[in-house]
Design a protein around this ligand. Structure first.
Ligand code: HEM
Length: 301
């Protein structure tokens, strides 16, 4: 049986660490894949952590199968009024999630040290949960997400296809302009999102603003809505904070088309939310199946 990485579906953790690595000049991509595939997290009844690992699609392709059209975030996404989502692609990605930050910290240090001969730490983000499932805008994040029964079908490449059981991750850091967001007031904020704030009820079609976040991220092809699976977490402190966007899909096009719509690069309006939060980073990582990673595992202890 082909299995996706379990960390993709491991909900409920309050502490998160995200580590993006750049391959050192002269180091071999296959060696980095091997080193990352050997990253282990403890899973015991007395504690543990969840992990998700991924690779720049072009790097994974040089060693193992992946759909032909999957690519890195190699160019910025540009939209209306000079709005741009930057491309900050790195070579490998490791995400640790646990109940408490101490696990994430210890695993993070161990991983950075272990990978150091092959890769430098290009970027590190830590995330935490805010009021269970709220974003720092104050809105519930994930309401329209598929359930855990539906998520594997939306997230994992189907059996028989290249890269089966793998998933494409879009990882972006968005910094909120909380001062101007708060100044809007709740009623206007609800127009921006397209849902009510206290209970996350979607506006009816008749009153849904065309530039709301819900409108601009709803992707329909031939009358069928195309979903992704989001695992966003808040990051930061009082003076500098926002959302770490973490979206998985079996088809990269879904993620990319959502970004195009948000930017207003499809001819539609720019997502109103992008006027109150700014993307600072953007990368795509291919997160292989457990089986595909197993082929690179040398440390079986
Ligand atoms: C700062 C960045 C972002 C924030 C704060 C944010 C927040 C939210 C919130 C509050 C909702 C409504 C509740 C829900 O259904 O989860 C939502 C919906 C959604 N967001 Fe975002 N989001 C962000 C970025 C993105 C990006 C970059 C994408 C896609 C690449 C995206 C895709 C979606 C989708 C697909 C929905 C569900 C739309 C529907 O109702 O069908 N979001 N987001």
């Amino acid at each position: 049986m082909i299995s996706g990485q379990t960390g993709i579906f491991a909900l409920g953790d309050a502490a998160h660490g995200f580590f993006e690595f750049a391959l050192r000049e002269g180091a071999a991509g296959a060696d980095l894949i091997r080193a990352v595939a050997n990253v282990r997290v403890p899973h015991t009844t007395v504690g543990g952590a969840n992990a998700v690992v991924g690779f720049r699609p072009e790097l994974w392709r040089s060693s193992a199968p992946i759909p032909a059209d999957v690519h890195g975030f190699n160019e910025p996404v540009s939209g209306r009024d000079g709005f741009t989502m930057p491309a900050t692609q790195a070579d490998a990605f490791v995400w640790f999630a646990a109940a408490d930050y101490d696990w994430v910290f210890d695993l993070g240090i161990a991983t950075v040290t272990k990978l150091a001969p092959l890769a430098t730490l290009a970027r590190e983000n830590s995330g935490w949960s805010y009021r269970h499932n709220r974003d720092l805008t104050g809105f519930e994040d994930g309401t329209e997400n598929p359930t855990l029964y539906e998520a594997p079908g939306i997230t994992l490449i189907e059996n028989g296809s290249p890269g089966a059981g793998g998933s494409i991750l879009l990882f972006q850091q968005w910094r909120h302009d909380t001062r101007s967001w708060v100044a809007l007031g709740d009623a206007r904020q609800e127009q921006v999102i397209g849902r009510t704030k206290p209970d996350s009820i979607e506006f009816p079609e008749a009153t849904m603003p065309a530039d709301s976040h819900v409108s601009r991220t709803t992707l329909e092809i031939g009358g069928v809505e195309l979903d992704i699976f989001r695992r966003n977490v808040p990051y930061g402190n009082v003076s500098d904070h926002g959302t770490l966007f973490i979206g998985f899909a079996a088809e990269q096009r879904r993620l990319h088309d959502m970004l195009i719509q948000m930017a207003g690069a499809d001819g539609g309006p720019r997502d109103a939310l992008t006027r109150y939060t700014t993307p600072l980073t953007g990368a795509y990582y291919f997160c292989p199946s457990v089986n595909a990673l197993a082929a690179f595992v040398t440390d079986t202890g």
